[in-house]
Design a protein around this ligand. Structure first.
Ligand SMILES: [Ca+2]
Ligand SMILES: [Ca+2]
Ligand SMILES: [Ca+2]
Length: 213
């Protein structure tokens, strides 16, 4: 039994230290392949962006309350959205709430914890804020972005999810999304360690049974 407790404790310890050492993974939307600065044209679908370390990807796409949204990224400022509706009277180079609300959806394809987001084109008149949805749930409403052209928001709470949506939901909200930082939750490692612990438990139980027999 001691051995079993030891192996479970060991697995848990490894799991805890693994989670604690989870690296910050940064996506800079000015660098679609993770290393080189280049702009991309509009797409109504999703586009894959690589993390700056090249080890992870995220599927980014535009979202709009109504109409068809198009997403593009600028090598200088990051992601933005254009929605064509009623004569296409939209702010074509920002994620904005003029007309239908717009947003950017980031699908990591696995569980991630959002750490920070950097915005550009933030208005100096202090009229910009963003709203965050995590896996379809509204988690933060109207987070003030200040008055600096570049604005980085560090998330205080732990928001875990596969899909994060950054939304401009007001007439005066308008900005671009330059960067995000996430921790990728190491599920495969956790599952692997947990199954190792379970296997150890099974082995110990069988041995004990054999010993009793
Ligand atoms: Ca727009
Ligand atoms: Ca808002
Ligand atoms: Ca504004």
């Amino acid at each position: 039994m001691k051995k079993f407790v030891g192996s479970v404790a060991c697995a848990l310890l490894m799991l805890v230290s693994y989670s604690a050492s989870a690296k910050l993974v940064t996506f800079d939307f000015r660098k679609p392949n993770g290393t080189d600065y280049y702009s991309t044209g509009y797409t109504s679908g999703s586009r894959t962006f690589y993390s700056t370390d090249g080890n992870h990807t995220v599927e980014a796409s535009a979202w709009s309350q109504r109409g068809t949204p198009y997403m593009a990224s600028s090598r200088n400022y990051g992601l933005y959205v254009y929605t064509c509706e009623n004569g296409c009277n939209d702010n074509t180079h920002e994620i904005d709430g003029k007309g239908p609300n717009e947003g950017i959806k980031l699908d990591f394809g696995q569980e991630a914890k959002i750490k920070f987001a950097t915005f550009s084109y933030v208005d100096r008149d202090g009229t910009d804020d963003f709203t965050l949805y995590v896996d379809g749930q509204k988690e933060l409403d109207d987070v003030y972005l200040g008055r600096n052209f570049w604005s980085t928001y560090y998330f205080q709470d732990d928001f875990y999810g596969n899909v994060f949506k950054f939304l401009a939901d007001g007439k005066y909200d308008d900005f671009k999304l330059k960067k995000v930082g996430v921790h990728i939750v190491p599920i495969p490692a956790a599952v692997w360690l947990f199954s190792t612990a379970l296997a150890a438990l099974g082995l110990v139980a069988r041995r004990r049974q054999q010993a009793v027999a």
